[in-house]
Design a protein around this ligand. Structure first.
Ligand code: MGD
Ligand code: MGD
Ligand code: SF4
Ligand code: MO
Length: 703
């Protein structure tokens, strides 16, 4: 489209290409970018409607502050707002130490902003308390991939490889709803005769399109993967040659699964022996086969071990790096969920996927940052733990939060909201007054996608340019400008340039030689239309669309099997809480809903929170479709609308988390290594609600 700006959707990790063409009313026309190779013009309903975010009447355009707790937020000048924040930082750090001030970011931030926020925490604040919402998203898969392959890049191959896979096994992944334009690649495979298998307690849109649906019990994916590996070993279907040439550690895994015989796996997972055998044989006999995991498998207290079990199966079948259409991958979620975990926004990380605990990594990054390695803090605790420890010894008293809405999206959210309220100062940077921003003492209005320049890295590890199509409303500042202004007040302004291109070039230098090496990926190359996937170590390097074709990035070049066993960590149903609750997404809304609940079309399509329940579960309770029902767990309770469907297991309830209070239900049991919360399973009770009680409607849930 002539004269239109080529950029990307503000939402998920597919980062569909869009065109924004200016119009007289100031709201650009948004259309799919036909030549962009990921979506090829396709958009989902969230993307199609995203232009309404620009010029939205509820857009924040002036800083807000509360003069005392209990008083309302009122407009203040930028200087006033920034002075309040800077003096609280100084005062608090003097009195309680550096870690009393913390930062929390999000996977929607551009690479430049993710990098700069991580650096701001380490260099301007010198605090160990920094983490981000990717902890709630990708951390289990990242941990497992790092252990097995020595690298974590969501898909180690381009998305279009899905079309080349003869068999695709999707475990807890519902792309037909969560990434609809990606369906075209799966559809191309099915047209060629490929076989698709879905593991999900619900018969999702994705499962309906597949050839086989394994309706497993939530929280049992580890047992399922080990059970499939047992069958592969028993039937002599493991790839002995691949195991010998390309891996280490198989013997321990073979021993670990020796008791996972099929009828036992059937009892644990609810998947029949016939389905287990057919699934394994399909995977093992295909010329090319892919195993993809997503949040359904990963958001559990045993999420890391679960992903490890699926990677073990993929390795035993010789899939990673075998040919086009084979391998294991995790379907990254947020717009820059991938980049966010590479540039040092995570408590234990430095840019280039370096480790804060590693002396060499510290020295390298400190040199780029112009500080002594000893000035860098030690690794801090994970997202939920940071919230939990607010106000305690070593915990935060001042928090700078942006690009996340944890009051809605964090587990055990009542507790999180209570801890946030206990802060001396909460500073939220956003473009809408989200539920979390409403709790803030200072709110800083910032730019959104169509008003800013930068880069993001999509689920394939492809680096993309976000481009400015419209000017930001007067009074709004970019986050790079905000951090520059704050750093100046803290005496470290020269370390924090506000120009995204300058920040990006520093990011390239900081990542050079690291695992996620961006040094060869310049804005100029991207603007010239080059398709670049990291790692890309110099400006003549073509980038790396496919990893593992020759070797794995470990010192010995081999992938690692890691033995894991199913222990059943999920909160068990009992007499009081007789069902399993699982949570996830609807097609209509995005995440905490802060953006999509403000969209006219999307809010009208799905105005309020609902739960999917099976008619067999509903009938004895006297519940009909459309009734208000109360869901109660050991942590809290919420009223939602019942949607009866036989597409879900009759012992399981599903509720999307896009509305406030749903996460009052979920459990904050954390995975031992990744610290991922158990969003995807806990015990719940369901009761019919007196018909006078209404489900809170859109207006009340809104903002
Ligand atoms: N419409 C929409 N799209 C989105 C988002 C959004 O909020 N809305 N968010 C984006 C982000 S950040 C992410 S992370 C991705 C997530 O994308 P997905 O992982 O596809 O989404 P979820 O709905 O969280 O979970 C996927 C499926 O897991 C199933 N499930 C639940 N428990 C279990 C279990 O124990 N085992 C198995 N095998 N399956 C289980 C659920 O029924 C669900 O269908 O989506 C991205 N795209
Ligand atoms: N029960 C349950 N809970 C879950 C999940 C689940 O499956 N079940 N999934 C988890 C997952 S995978 C994720 S990723 C999280 C996501 O949950 P959140 O972290 O809450 O993500 P969003 O709703 O995208 O919040 C983004 C906020 O930042 C704002 N924002 C967007 N872009 C920017 C920016 O560039 N700068 C600034 N300053 N603000 C910006 C938006 O307006 C919005 O208020 O939820 C987790 N919570
Ligand atoms: S699939 Fe994701 S990136 Fe594509 S239009 Fe929808 S939300 Fe945007
Ligand atoms: Mo996510």
């Amino acid at each position: 489209m002539a004269g239109a700006t080529r950029t990307h959707c503000p939402y998920c990790s597919l980062q569909c290409g869009i065109h924004l063409a200016s119009r007289d009313n100031g709201i650009p026309e948004l259309t799919g970018w036909e030549d962009f190779p990921v979506n090829r013009g396709g958009l989902c309903m969230k993307g199609v409607n995203a232009a309404e975010l620009i010029g939205h009447p509820e857009r924040l355009t002036v800083p807000l502050a509360r003069d005392r707790p209990g008083l309302p937020l009122r407009p203040v000048s930028w200087d006033d707002a920034l002075d309040r924040v800077a003096s609280a930082i100084k005062r608090t750090q003097q009195r309680y130490g550096r870690n009393a001030v913390g930062c929390f970011g999000g996977g929607g931030l551009t690479n430049e902003k993710a990098y700069q926020l991580g650096k701001f925490a380490r260099v301007a604040l010198r605090t160990a308390n920094v983490d981000y919402n990717g902890r709630f998203c990708m951390s289990s898969a990242a941990e497992a991939a790092n252990q097995a392959f020595g690298i974590d890049r969501g898909l180690p191959f381009p998305l279009s490889d899905l079309a080349a896979a003869d068999v695709v096994l999707l475990v807890g992944s519902n792309p037909a709803d969560t990434m609809p334009p990606a369906e075209q690649w799966l559809e191309a495979g099915r047209e060629r005769g490929a076989c698709h298998i879905v593991v999900d307690p619900r018969q999702t849109s994705t499962a309906k399109l597949a050839h086989r649906h394994l309706r497993s019990l939530p929280g049992t994916d580890l047992a399922l993967a080990n059970g499939l590996l047992y069958i592969a070993i028993r039937e002599g279907l493991v790839d002995q040659d691949y195991i010998a040439r390309r891996t280490t550690g198989f013997e321990a895994v073979r021993r670990a699964v020796r008791a996972d015989w099929p009828d036992r796996t059937e009892r644990t997972t609810g998947v029949s022996v016939a389905d287990l055998t057919a699934t394994l044989r399909a995977l093992a006999s295909a010329r090319s086969a892919m195993i993809l995991t997503a949040r359904g498998a990963e958001q559990h207290a045993d999420g890391t071990a679960t992903v490890t079990a699926w990677i073990n199966l993929a390795l035993a079948l010789g899939l990673p790096g075998r040919n086009r259409g084979s391998g294991w991958g995790t379907v990254t979620g947020q717009g820059n969920g991938q980049g966010g975990r590479e540039h040092g926004l995570k408590a234990d990380q430095l840019p280039g996927y370096r480790k804060l605990a590693d002396p060499t990594d510290r020295a390298q990054v400190a040199a780029v940052w112009g500080i002594r390695p000893g000035e860098l803090p030690e690794p801090g605790v994970s997202a939920y733990e940071m919230f939990e420890r607010i106000g305690t010894e070593g915990g935060m008293r001042v928090l700078l939060l942006g690009a996340s809405n944890p009051v809605v999206s964090a587990p055990n959210a009542t507790r999180v909201a209570e801890r946030l309220a206990a802060l001396d100062l909460l500073v939220v940077t956003d473009f809408f007054l989200s539920e979390s921003a409403r709790l803030a003492d200072v709110v800083l209005p910032t730019t959104q996608f169509a008003e800013e320049e930068g880069t993001l890295t999509n689920l394939e590890g492809r680096v993309l340019r976000r481009r400015r199509a419209v000017p930001a409303p007067p009074g709004v500042r970019t986050e790079l400008e905000i951090w520059h202004a704050l750093a100046e007040r803290l005496g470290r302004g020269e370390h924090f340039p506000a120009d995204p291109r300058v920040v990006y070039d520093e990011l390239r230098r900081a990542s050079a030689g690291g695992i996620a090496d961006y040094s060869g990926i310049s804005w100029d190359r991207l603007d010239a239309g080059e398709e670049l996937f990291w790692p890309c170590p110099d400006e003549t390097h073509p980038g790396t669309p496919r990893l593992f074709t020759e070797s794995f990035p470990a010192p010995d070049g081999r992938a690692r099997f890691v033995a894991v066993s199913y222990r059943g960590t999920t909160e068990r149903p009992d007499d009081r809480y007789p069902y399993l609750l699982t949570t996830g997404r609807s097609r209509t809304h995005y995440q905490s809903g802060a953006q999509t609940r403000r969209n006219t079309a999307l809010a009208a399509a799905e105005p309020n929170a609902y739960a999917e329940i099976h008619p067999e579960l509903a009938a004895p309770l006297g519940i009909a479709s459309g009734d208000a029902i109360r869901l109660t767990t050991r942590r809290g309770s919420v009223v939602v609308t019942a949607r009866l469907t036989d597409a879900i297991r009759s012992d399981t309830v599903f509720v999307p988390f896009h509305w406030p209070r749903v996460n009052n239900l979920t459990s904050a049991r954390l995975d031992l290594t990744s610290r991922m919360p158990e969003f995807k399973s806990c015990a719940v009770s369901v009761t019919a609600v007196n018909s006078r009680v209404r489900v809170p409607d859109f207006k009340e849930n809104h903002g």
